[in-house]
Design a protein around this ligand. Structure first.
Ligand SMILES: [Zn+2]
Length: 282
């Protein structure tokens, strides 16, 4: 009998790469189990091995003319014992590609996506397991973010979103968004404005969807303006002299509640002390 890389047909046919004789695998694989997969390791990293029987291999290789020609050339007995072993690239490599720290695994990404696509078609449980483990690896990178550059955090969260989404899950299933790593958030930035994380250079991840980046100074200015607005802006009408506390939404102008003339905030703002004095004068 030849090596495990040959079809176990007894006729010496050379199998294409990845094909192995079913007999090469220990029981219970030798039974009628179909579309078996297992988690294993390659170079010490988690990997997924999927074993396809003849029909599944045909489905997987449908677009590969040479492989299909080879499959067509097999005898019935050869088909009966054929197993194609499909080794999905180690998950760490996949995740590293996803998180951008790997080398240049362009081919592997193609292979991986193709394998995932096929895997989803023929074994959704295995597909979800692969995605879940990849998402966990990316989530670990998120939790370990060094707070150096918020763009990196955005990139990681985007990849996590994409990976989780393919499994009908959410990034929040893998990371606590309210507990992201962060450089200290400066005073004057209150929690009413969603600031998820700040990097060492003062750039902040903000927005309801945690998908916008602003400098922490912009955020602080917004918070201060917001606080000022909540407190109210004392105004005195330049025409009739009426004084009041303005809490409206415009940053530029409003209407005097007394004489209804247009009042510009920057021209008519007075101090809170002056407002109190005006009230006492009444
Ligand atoms: Zn007025």
């Amino acid at each position: 009998m030849g090596s495990s890389s040959e079809i176990n047909s007894g006729e010496g046919n050379q199998a294409p790469p990845g094909f192995e004789a079913r007999a090469a695998f220990p029981r219970p694989w030798a039974g009628v189990v179909i579309m078996e997969h297992e988690t294993t390791t390659r170079n010490g990293e988690p990997a997924i091995v999927v074993r396809l029987d003849y029909d599944e291999a045909r489905e997987y290789l449908a677009l590969d003319g040479d492989a299909i020609a080879h499959l067509d050339s097999l005898t019935e007995s050869e088909r009966g014992v054929l197993v194609q072993e499909l080794r999905l690239v180690p998950l760490r490599e996949v995740a590293e590609y996803a998180i951008g720290t790997g080398g240049e695994p362009i081919e592997e990404e193609d292979d991986y996506d193709e394998a995932l696509f096929t895997l989803e078609g023929i074994d959704r449980a295995a597909y979800l397991e692969v995605l879940d483990r990849a998402a966990r690896i990316i989530a670990r990178e998120v939790r370990g973010w060094d707070t150096e550059d918020v763009a990196r955090l955005v990139e990681l969260l985007t990849k996590l979103d994409e990976t989780a989404d393919r499994a009908d899950r959410k990034a929040e299933d893998y990371v606590r968004m309210d507990a992201l790593p962060s450089a200290p958030i400066p005073e004057g930035v209150d929690t009413g404005y969603p600031v998820w994380a700040v990097d060492k250079h003062g750039q902040a991840l903000v927005g309801e969807g945690a998908d916008e980046v602003e400098s922490i100074e912009e955020v602080r200015a917004y918070c201060e303006e917001h606080a000022r607005r909540m407190k109210g802006i004392p105004l005195r009408c330049h025409k009739c002299g009426h004084s009041w506390l303005y809490r409206g939404g415009s940053q530029h102008r409003t209407t005097c509640p007394d004489c209804h003339i247009t009042v510009y905030l920057d021209k008519c703002e007075i101090s809170h002390g002056d407002l109190r004095g005006a009230a006492l004068d009444r």
